[in-house]
Design a protein around this ligand. Structure first.
Ligand SMILES: C[S+](C)CC[C@H](N)C(=O)O
Ligand SMILES: N[C@@H](CCS)C(=O)O
Ligand SMILES: [Zn+2]
Length: 329
């Protein structure tokens, strides 16, 4: 595990807190993300809100904040009529906004001279090919007959290079729904000799397998063999499945484990809305967070439909008296 990653876990007392739903909080602040670029549309229209969301999660106690680049892709920006140079500039901007928020927050915290918060890490978000397709396939892993690992590498290569060179502490591959894409990403990290430590988090809709139906075990064979992958885990998966998945991952890997589930609501990829389902509010989410830590997760946070309130509760329960409410800074 790279030094920064080990260090943040140690400083957080054994379990670092990841932020919560990024797009969710952008919407709560009034952003319209009903867009092919989803939350990444705000890199064009509302960059100040992106920084505000990062700040809110830092105040809530996040030790790791994830950039706004989940659905920021070069083909997505080109389809908007942008030049390649502009598209790459927006990718870099997503990291700069997170770094600026982290540095400003850290300076203001130091001025108060209370050892309340850790200096957070910035993780560069990379969503799946299915996220770019915006057709619901990020929760099915079905990319069609024509897709190959080489095509997936071509899709991810330039974005990975640009984001990795923009200065993040981590790369966060998020909600990867199938084995082919995970394998393509691992190969790409090697081919491009990416020096920033990565996490690869999968999504699951049944609590047993990846969204595609493939097993965690078969993916861990090649994830374990890669030094570029520091952390493995799951995100944007219902909370009730997480403890079982951690136990399964613990059997298969010695790498650090990250979990940041959604609220339990279900994304309807066609209608582009969240459907009501068993929803875990921040009260039940924080109790589960403690269990996830006990089961062996080293990074715990929230994904879609979780908010700064969720992360404040998680931070309190995981860090005990070292966590403070927003009003105390
Ligand atoms: C994590 S899902 C809710 C992201 C949005 C999806 N890729 C879409 O564009 O519809
Ligand atoms: N980091 C992204 C993940 C979406 S699944 C977000 O929180 O919006
Ligand atoms: Zn999510």
């Amino acid at each position: 595990m790279a030094v920064a990653v080990e260090e943040i876990v140690r400083r957080a007392g054994g379990c670092a807190v990841i932020d919560g739903g990024f797009a969710t909080q952008l919407e709560a602040l009034g952003a319209d993300i009903n867009d092919p670029l989803w939350s990444a549309a705000c890199l064009i229209t509302k960059p100040h809100l992106i920084k505000e969301v990062h700040m809110q999660y830092l105040v809530a106690g996040a030790d790791v904040i994830i950039s706004s680049s989940y659905q920021a892709t070069i083909p997505g920006f080109l389809a908007r009529g942008m030049l390649l140079e502009e598209a790459e500039g927006l990718l870099r901007r997503s990291i700069e906004l997170a770094l600026e928020a982290r540095d400003e927050f850290w300076k203001s915290t130091l001025r108060k001279s209370k050892p309340v918060y850790n200096r957070a890490l910035v993780a560069a978000s990379i969503g799946s090919y299915g996220a770019y397709l915006a057709d619901g396939s990020e929760y099915s892993g079905s990319y069609g007959e024509d897709i190959t690992a080489e095509k997936l590498k071509d899709f991810h290569r330039r974005r990975l290079q640009v984001l990795a060179s923009a200065g993040p502490d981590l790369i966060a591959f998020e909600a990867i729904p199938n084995k082919m894409e995970a394998q393509a990403l691992v190969e790409l990290l090697e081919e491009e000799n990416i020096q920033v430590p990565s996490w690869i988090c999968f999504s699951s809709v049944d609590g047993k397998n990846l969204c595609s139906g493939e097993s965690f075990a078969e993916c861990l064979q090649f994830l374990n063999a890669s030094d570029k992958v520091a952390i493995v885990g799951v995100n944007c998966t219902p909370p009730q499945f997480i403890e079982g998945i951690i136990r399964e991952l613990k059997k298969q890997t010695k790498k650090a484990i990250a979990v940041y589930p959604n609220s339990g609501e279900v994304w309807d990829g066609r209608a582009k809305r969240w459907l009501p389902a068993q929803c875990f509010g921040h009260k039940s989410f924080d109790a589960l967070a403690k269990r996830w830590q006990e089961a062996g997760a080293s990074f715990v946070g929230g994904c879609c439909r979780t908010t700064p309130s969720t992360i404040r509760a998680v931070s309190k329960v995981l860090k005990g008296k070292t966590a403070y409410s927003a009003t105390q800074i």
